[in-house]
Write a protein that binds this ligand. Structure first.
Ligand code: SAM
Length: 253
């Protein structure tokens, strides 16, 4: 078994150096292995914090905010109920809360994640700031969540799903969202793969991030795959490329 601390680090799994990116990988990420997270909870916490930094430095939050701004279209007279699926440490919603405040939007924000550790971290990082303290955090699998919202958002979530689950998720968000959705995820591209492989190899303190970050790119989608998945539900979202190697998927339901 892969251990994350000290002596057994030699057993750390390594990303495939040059995968065939024409096909999505369905290799599970370490983050999705409950036994590994149980064995070393701190590993998941460190990885989620690194994902926050990647979102900040490599345009993840910018992608979500720009697409959401287009979806909202300047409508400030109502309160928008926004649900972030797979919210992790909650960074996207904290960014969104600040942005909404600065832009004069009334936002009611909820973060949903199946990992109790992620929800604990989101709560901890949001305490102490009155704006962030208003965000609601729920620990659940999205498949068990049945409340409505206006807009479903997600960041780096869709690539965790296999094709059948992506299909399920699109059907689910169509039911849950009353207005629309903004999903941000990676583009499966050789430069994205090699870039994040080397970045995390040099700079990451988390063995999980070093393995999962390139694998996430390999698990991610081409534009045409996203288009086909949504078209199967009669949806034809705008799919916009954002630096660095992100797709912003924006649509009305
Ligand atoms: C790569 S992290 C992204 C975290 C955050 N959205 C971000 O961009 O920083 C993916 C998150 O999705 C969550 N997740 C995976 N499957 C899920 C499911 N079925 N329901 C809810 N959350 C899920 C994981 O627990 C993990 O926290």
């Amino acid at each position: 078994m892969f251990k994350t601390r000290s002596t057994t680090m030699a057993a750390e799994p390594r990303p495939v150096p040059w995968p065939d990116l024409r096909q999505r990988s369905l290799q599970p990420e370490l983050m999705d292995a409950p036994e590994l997270v149980e064995q070393d909870p701190d590993l998941l916490v460190r990885t989620l914090k690194e994902i926050d930094r990647i979102n900040q430095l490599l345009g993840g939050h910018r992608c979500t905010l720009q697409e959401l701004e287009k979806l909202l279209g300047g409508q400030r007279q109502r309160t928008w109920r926004i649900l972030d699926v797979g919210c992790g440490s909650g960074d996207s919603l904290r960014q969104l809360a600040r942005w909404g405040e600065s832009q004069g939007y009334r936002l009611s924000l909820t973060g949903l994640d199946l990992q109790p550790l992620a929800i604990d971290l989101a709560r901890e990082l949001s305490a102490g700031d009155p704006l962030h303290a208003r965000i609601q955090w729920i620990c659940a699998d999205y498949r068990d969540y049945t409340a409505d919202c206006d807009i479903v958002i997600s960041s780096l979530f869709c690539h965790h799903l296999d094709d059948a689950m992506l299909d399920h998720f699109i059907g689910w968000l169509r039911q849950r969202a009353r207005y629309g959705f903004v999903l941000n995820d990676l583009q499966r591209h050789v430069l994205a793969y090699q870039g994040i492989r080397w970045l995390t190899r040099w700079f990451s303190g988390s063995a999980m991030a070093r393995y999962d970050a390139p694998l996430s790119v390999w698990r991610a989608f081409h534009r045409r795959e996203l288009q086909a998945a949504f078209a199967a539900h009669g949806l034809h979202p705008q799919i916009t490329w954002h630096w660095a190697f992100r797709y912003g998927v924006r649509g009305f339901v």
